[in-house]
Write a protein that binds this ligand. Structure first.
Ligand code: GLN
Length: 262
């Protein structure tokens, strides 16, 4: 498709009102016979990036990816909801074409998949019960603690690499969860003493549960959309889509909407 056609379609979507995301899924593609359809994958339970609200998948990642894809020649056909640790396998076996799941770009994952340019930064928060007596201020303070994280995450890597490998805790003090909602429930039930979780997601849990952030472990992570290894065409399209939504204000609107007020 010539560039003007692409730009025109985007302008059209913008002109008819702020629901570019919905339209990209619902239709409006009569002019793009040569476009390719993408199935997106995510793992709800990671607010405000992706979660279920009244049975519906919502969140920053959901709206961002939909806006980004709407700015490309691709079309989003729908979302698959999986456990976080199943997302990379789902990309590799072709069940999904793109992952939007607050997924940190790192070397280990880079061996299995490719990533778009980064779209969000994060560190790891160590969260505890708000009214509990345990208030650690460093990883060393966790030597007696039962610690939890979601399987396959960088929070889990902090536990494995910096606590277990380092000899601060034995493996038996680590509790792995299928998702962070279950992990936070177990924290409230006093089955674990701390959860290690991405800062923006910790903030979201802290806002409506009796928990608090004890300290932040700086990891300098960056989130990217995951795609199949070697799909340079899709990587290029997503990256130029990201530039478009950054330039036209959509990215800023979405960060205000999902991270603006707690
Ligand atoms: N950013 C973390 C990671 O990539 C957690 C992502 C998530 O739980 N959805 O491992």
């Amino acid at each position: 498709m010539p560039r003007e056609a692409r730009v025109d379609r985007r302008r059209y979507l913008q002109a008819i009102g702020g629901t570019v995301a919905t339209l990209s899924v619902a239709g409006c593609q009569s002019d793009s016979g040569d476009s390719q359809t993408l199935t997106a994958g995510t793992a709800p339970g990671f607010p405000p990036f992706e979660m279920k609200q009244d049975g519906e998948l919502v969140g920053f990642d959901v709206e961002l990816l939909e806006a980004v894809v709407a700015a490309t020649e691709y079309e989003l056909s729908g979302w698959e909801e999986l456990e976080f640790k199943s997302l990379i396998p789902a990309l590799n076996n072709g069940n999904v074409d793109v992952v939007a799941a607050g997924m940190t770009i790192n070397d280990e994952r880079d061996k299995a998949i490719d990533f778009s340019d980064p779209y969000y930064s994060s560190n790891q928060a160590i969260i505890v019960r708000e009214n509990g007596s345990f208030s650690p201020s460093s990883l060393e303070d966790l030597s007696e603690a039962a610690v939890g994280a979601q399987k396959g995450t960088t929070g889990e890597s902090v536990i494995k690499d910096q606590l277990i490998e380092a000899g601060t805790i034995p493996e038996s003090q680590y509790n792995a969860y299928g998702n962070y909602v279950l992990a936070v429930e177990d924290l409230l039930n006093e089955n674990v003493d701390v959860i290690i979780i991405d800062v923006p997601v910790a903030n979201s849990f802290v806002a409506d549960r009796p928990i608090k952030s004890a300290f932040v472990h700086e990891t300098g992570e960056q989130f990217g959309f995951g795609i199949q290894s070697g799909n340079d065409e899709l990587a290029g399209a997503l990256n130029s889509g990201l530039t478009t939504v950054e330039d036209d204000g959509t990215y800023r609107d979405l960060t205000e909407k999902w991270f603006g007020q707690k």
